[in-house]
Design a protein around this ligand. Structure first.
Ligand SMILES: [Zn+2]
Length: 113
């Protein structure tokens, strides 16, 4: 149900912006999604189609831009991209690290008519 809540939020923000721009229709919505955000694109599109019916966002195309995750090693401060569940620092082999990218989820831009 995670995706349902965030899709409602996206729709609310999109309509608010479009109405402020006096748009009649929203055609495209660009979203930025981090690899660690656990958001499933298809679920978001599914909920969006359902929630947006009879709004100015009906039929809008969602476009997802995925962002790769990045960690910073807590031991040596080396920054690296983890591979799957392997979160070992390639430089000093310490496990884990601070997430510096990959948890993003936000509405980047809209196209309206
Ligand atoms: Zn390290």
């Amino acid at each position: 149900m995670h995706e349902l809540a965030i899709t409602e939020e996206i729709l609310r923000i999109a309509i608010e912006h479009a109405e402020r721009a006096e748009a009649r229709r929203i055609t495209d919505i660009r979203l930025v999604v981090g690899d660690l955000s656990s958001v499933v694109n298809d679920s978001v599109q599914f909920y969006f189609d359902f929630l947006s019916s009879d709004t100015i966002a009906e039929g809008a195309q969602l476009r997802f831009q995925r962002i790769a995750s990045r960690l910073r090693c807590r031991q040596c401060a080396h920054e690296f991209e983890p591979h799957g569940t392997d979160w070992k620092c390639p430089q000093c082999e310490a496990l884990g690290g601070e997430v510096i990218a990959g948890r993003e989820f936000y509405l980047d831009s809209l196209e309206v008519e």
